[in-house]
Write a protein that binds this ligand. Structure first.
Ligand SMILES: Nc1ncnc2c1ncn2[C@@H]1O[C@H](COP(=O)(O)OP(=O)(O)O)[C@@H](O)[C@H]1O
Ligand SMILES: [Mg+2]
Length: 220
């Protein structure tokens, strides 16, 4: 399956989410290719840091949309899953990725500015669906306030309702140091020690929703 993690906005957690999804799938025995579509190469750097660690994740950086598209077409058969971190602007990489993806995951944060920026991605989705029928699109609330009583998710779900192109996944990722600490070491929260169980549970549920699978992921 080809999953793009994308948004026209920077700093919403695209790289963090892409890295965690890619590693979670690899921990589940899948051959995973992570494509970094951002010139800044943050995902590629994270993978380099874990170079000696299992599971290994193949990674390439293709900020140019044309190159990304043709490399993806040539090599997709070699992998079980491809996860694309599509960069922070309305980039050619994001557009190219969308025309070949099965799923677009859109992380966004619980502030109105981020909610408004969903309208930008909604136009890109319309464009992509003209050539990629069946592209599924999931908005995921990231950096939600910790604490069960938070109304963030309810408000966000309401906002996403304005965009029929986008489904809201009910599992948010909350603001937890574990996500930042893990990514800084090239790890997923499933590999971090000591483990943050809540972060692990959030990620496992998120991955199951995205890949629509009930298989158990190994938390370490
Ligand atoms: N759920 C989270 N909890 C805590 N920190 C997070 C979370 N998601 C992302 N971050 C932090 O927010 C910053 C931006 O995340 P990043 O994944 O680099 O965003 P993007 O790729 O969209 O620019 C990073 O410092 C990252 O560690
Ligand atoms: Mg990034």
């Amino acid at each position: 399956m080809i999953v793009t993690v994308g948004h026209t906005k920077g700093g919403v957690g695209k790289t963090t989410v892409a890295l965690n999804i890619a590693i979670a799938r690899a921990l589940n025995g899948r051959d995973v290719w992570l494509i970094d579509g951002d010139r800044q190469g943050t995902a590629q750097t994270a993978i380099s840091i874990r170079a000696d660690r299992n599971p290994g994740i193949s990674c390439a950086t293709y900020p140019d949309g044309h190159v990304l598209r043709s490399q993806l077409q040539q090599q997709v058969q070699k992998f079980d899953d491809v996860v694309i971190d599509a960069g922070g602007r309305d980039s050619t990489a994001l557009r190219a990725a969308l025309t070949l993806s099965d799923v677009l995951v859109v992380p966004f944060q619980p502030r109105s500015f981020d909610v408004w920026s969903l309208s930008q991605i909604a136009s890109l989705i319309d464009e992509a669906r003209a050539v990629r029928e069946g592209l599924r699109v999931y908005a995921v609330l990231n950096c939600a306030d910790p604490g069960e009583a938070s109304t963030d998710n309810i408000e966000a779900a309401e906002a996403v309702k304005d965009f029929p192109q986008i489904d809201m996944l009910l599992q948010p990722l909350r603001r937890r140091k574990a996500y930042a600490n893990a990514a800084g070491q090239g790890l997923s929260v499933l590999e971090l020690k000591p483990a943050d169980r809540k972060a692990c549970d959030e990620l496992i549920t998120l991955v199951e929703c995205i890949f629509n699978t009930n298989s158990t992921l190994k938390g370490v």
